[in-house]
Design a protein around this ligand. Structure first.
Ligand code: UD1
Length: 366
């Protein structure tokens, strides 16, 4: 069976890596090819993940780079079509909800190549999020919908997707976390020394709704400055966020607010594991903190990953400075007085999802 895997942006790499590793165990069954669309291209947004996740070098890099959504999606489609026709796979695997996901799914679907969507069915029900549009459309045209949680199955059924195409396999990103956590933990002592860490909160913010609007970005930064007077704040800054921060007047008086370059997978995982709290607007980090049992505050009005709230450590908070400071304070106090480690994990977030995906492919749909 010929499988073409697509990656494009940072959150894709940790989802495709375990599937490729698992398929590589059966060389007589699978011929694999990896295409990188080049949506993310900075070394610390892309190459570092290939190195740390042991992802094979992509067979082709489409090198599309940045642009408007329409431009980027169209560029990926044009370039991907040629590569797809040349390799002529039986299946195209697309992960997540980024522009590369919908672009490649659409091209494959129109050429009659079957599409497997990894992380299907997640819904924020907020169509102002570009990722929600990508999710809805990718799921409609996919032939195999691999879901990370039961709510995702329900969403797909409600949208009229044929139940025979839906398989609840669990969260494949957790496979990567489980495999690499021991390696990440080895990095901890040098990170602790480098940033002089004791108690700290870890921050990532990059959603357009938070950073493209200078009012909400200013509110978030004001909250971080305030909190940093009480606890160290480590903030690896996404390129989109960095360019927006540079246009604002960030209060640099607090040495406890540490802005760094985006980090690799292992360092960031090590920092999550030891954090008192994580503040984010990312999708994957809501899931990783739930698995690790670390309190997470998500700066968004909604989430496409509700199990991280109902069965995990996540909560949603408004981007207003006062609300954020209060939520962080309350979470830190709660953490301080509550020493019992949070150990509930969503169903099938067990590090074995890639194995189930291969089983579905071999036994159910081949
Ligand atoms: C994309 C995904 C988002 C995901 C995020 C993870 C979509 C619609 N969004 O958002 O779901 O959570 O990736 O990071 O696909 N840039 C660089 N270097 C890079 C990549 C980007 O400098 O390697 C800059 C460019 O100026 C670009 C901006 O970041 O314009 C945004 O990049 P883009 O890929 O368009 O979207 P993200 O915000 O990264």
């Amino acid at each position: 069976m010929k499988i073409l895997h697509v990656v494009g942006a940072r959150p894709n790499f940790m989802k495709i890596a375990p599937i490729m590793r698992e398929m590589a165990k059966y060389p007589n069954k699978f011929e694999q090819m990896l295409i990188h669309t080049g949506q993310h291209y900075d070394a610390n947004m892309s190459q570092v993940f290939f190195d740390e996740l042991d992802l094979p070098r992509p067979n082709i890099n489409l090198e599309v780079g940045s642009g408007s959504h329409a431009w980027q999606t169209a560029q990926i489609m044009q370039h991907f079509e040629l590569a797809l026709m040349e390799f002529n796979p039986d299946w195209v695997f697309v992960p997540g909800d980024v522009n590369s996901t919908i672009a490649c799914a659409l091209v494959a679907s129109k050429l009659g190549v079957r599409v497997a969507h990894v992380e299907a069915g997640l819904r924020s029900f907020d169509r102002t999020m570009p990722e929600e549009i990508n999710r809805l459309l990718t799921d409609q045209i996919s032939d195999l919908l691999l879901t990370p949680s039961r709510d995702a199955d329900k969403n797909l059924i409600c949208e009229g997707i044929d139940p025979n195409k839906i398989y609840f396999v669990g969260n494949v990103m957790i496979d990567t976390l489980v495999r690499l956590l021991p390696k990440a933990e080895i990095r901890w002592p040098s990170l602790r020394d480098q940033f002089q860490l004791n108690n700290y909160i870890l921050v990532t913010i990059h959603r357009p709704s938070n950073v493209d609007n200078s009012e909400s970005l200013s509110e978030i930064l004001a909250a971080l400055v305030k909190i940093s007077h009480y606890i160290k704040v480590i903030f690896p800054v996404h390129p989109r966020t960095r360019s927006r921060i540079s246009t604002l007047n960030l209060d640099k008086s607090s040495h406890n607010l540490v802005l760094t370059e985006p980090m690799g997978y292992l360092d960031f995982l090590a920092l999550q594991k030891k954090a008192s709290l994580v503040l984010t607007d990312s999708g994957g980090i809501q899931e990783e903190t739930t698995y690790l049992g670390i309190p997470c505050i998500t700066v968004r009005p909604n989430t496409e990953r509700p199990v991280t709230i109902t069965e995990g450590t996540n909560c949603l908070v408004d981007s207003k400075s006062a609300a954020l400071v209060e939520a962080i304070r309350a979470a830190l106090i709660n953490n301080h007085y509550n020493n019992t480690k949070y150990e509930r994990r969503p169903e099938l977030w067990d590090g074995k999802t890639a194995g189930r995906i291969i089983q579905v492919l071999c036994e159910e749909v081949m």
